[in-house]
Ligand binder design. Structure first.
Ligand SMILES: *Cc1c(COP(=O)(O)O)cnc(C)c1O
Length: 368
């Protein structure tokens, strides 16, 4: 049987390195609630991301939900975002009692089309939640300008953008806040995990309280908060994985270059161009099939038959989810560029240990 290749494979330290890191937990018996590993990872990340305020979470979704909650927008207020994203982004807005308003995406980067934002602003708009899709960096300058002009908050879903930089500035430092996901499938993982990054420390205390049942201390409970703390085993995995991240990204880059050599210039296959001024993290390898001899769904099926998993990512658009059908802003037809991409895109397998031979084999099957 042909060798199985999954769309992703989690980066891990050696077994010995992880054991060395968690050994201390058998001395302290302190397993969660901001223990020593949590504090060490937080400061390592503040340094790595060149961001003064990192608040750690048990996953990226709750990090995003919490930072939106921390802004304390009035219920029913509108938030401009895009439907070309993972369910999490739209859910985080809706679960805070806010109304997602869907803006179309740019046809080259698949991030929010900044030229289409202002037309969607109403008296109820309070924030913009753009997504750095595939690690492509949004038009942060134009978004910043619009936000300042209309007095809106900007919260980036940077789940895909860990370690990416724009003009030498880490993706953690744009807008009012950025959320990273450290899920097992991401470029950098803490098994499950996430963070909110802020330049301004004003909301740090609020986030610390919100992620821990809204408790300021044992007798003062300020918010009806949930539980979203990162535990010590997650933090230990993060400490180990961070040591090897730059090397892992270099390996991903090699695989991406191999894909580009094989598929670049093929009629009917469109690849993402490297972005100017962006240091990429090589998080995903999307290919858009349009006018190719096979459709996206046929390529997907052909790969699956050879035990290779690609992913229709992102499909369907969040504005066509059943749970949002009653929103007046719903409907894939209102975001035609996003709908076009969602119907044609496939992210191909990509991880640090994907060999050039594997890439060649995947491309051969696509081309056959
Ligand atoms: C992974 C992801 C999330 C959610 O992160 P989790 O850590 O899995 O909760 C949110 N947004 C996007 C775009 C993602 O890819």
């Amino acid at each position: 049987m042909a060798k199985t290749i999954l769309v992703t494979r989690s980066s891990m330290p050696t077994y010995e390195e992880y054991c060395e890191e968690i050994k201390k937990l058998w001395d302290s018996h302190w397993l969660t609630n901001m223990g020593a590993e949590h504090q060490k990872l937080q400061s390592n990340l503040e340094e790595y991301l060149d961001c003064p305020n990192v608040v750690l979470y048990t996953n990226g979704h709750l990090a995003l939900e919490n930072i939106i909650a921390a802004m304390q927008f009035p219920k029913g207020a509108e938030v401009i975002t895009t439907p070309f994203t993972f369910a999490s982004t739209t859910h985080a807005i809706a679960r805070n009692g806010l109304v997602p308003v869907f803006c179309d995406v740019d046809p080259e980067t698949y991030t929010i089309d900044a030229d289409k934002i202002e037309a969607l602003i109403t008296g109820k708009t309070v924030a913009i939640v753009p997504v750095h899709v595939y690690g492509n960096i949004c038009d942060v300058e134009k978004i910043d300008e619009i936000a300042k002009k209309h007095n809106l908050k900007v919260i980036y879903d940077a789940a895909h953008a860990f370690a990416a930089k724009y003009k030498g500035i880490s993706a953690a430092n744009f807008g009012d806040a950025s959320m990273f996901s450290f899920h097992a499938t991401k470029v950098y993982n803490t098994i499950e995990g996430g963070a909110v990054c802020l330049r301004d420390p004003a909301l740090v205390k609020t986030l610390n309280e919100m992620r821990n049942f809204g408790m300021r201390d044992a007798e003062n409970i300020i918010y009806a908060g949930g539980n979203a703390k990162m535990n010590e085993f997650q933090a230990a995995m993060g400490i180990c994985n961070l040591r090897h991240l730059d090397a892992e990204i270099t390996k991903r880059k090699k695989a991406v270059e191999r894909y580009r050599e094989n598929l670049g210039g093929i009629s009917g296959i469109k690849l993402c161009k490297p972005q100017r001024d962006v240091e990429s993290n090589y998080a995903y390898f999307p290919a858009v099939f349009d006018g190719f001899k096979a459709t996206r769904d046929e390529v997907f099926a052909k790969l699956a038959k050879q035990n290779i998993t690609a992913r229709k990512y992102f499909y369907p658009l969040t504005n066509s989810f059943e749970c949002y059908r009653d929103l007046k802003t719903a409907g894939a037809g209102k975001t035609p560029v996003a709908a076009y991409i969602a119907d044609r895109v496939l992210t191909l397998p990509l991880y640090a240990d994907l060999s050039e031979d594997d890439v060649d084999r995947i491309c051969e099957i696509i081309m056959k």
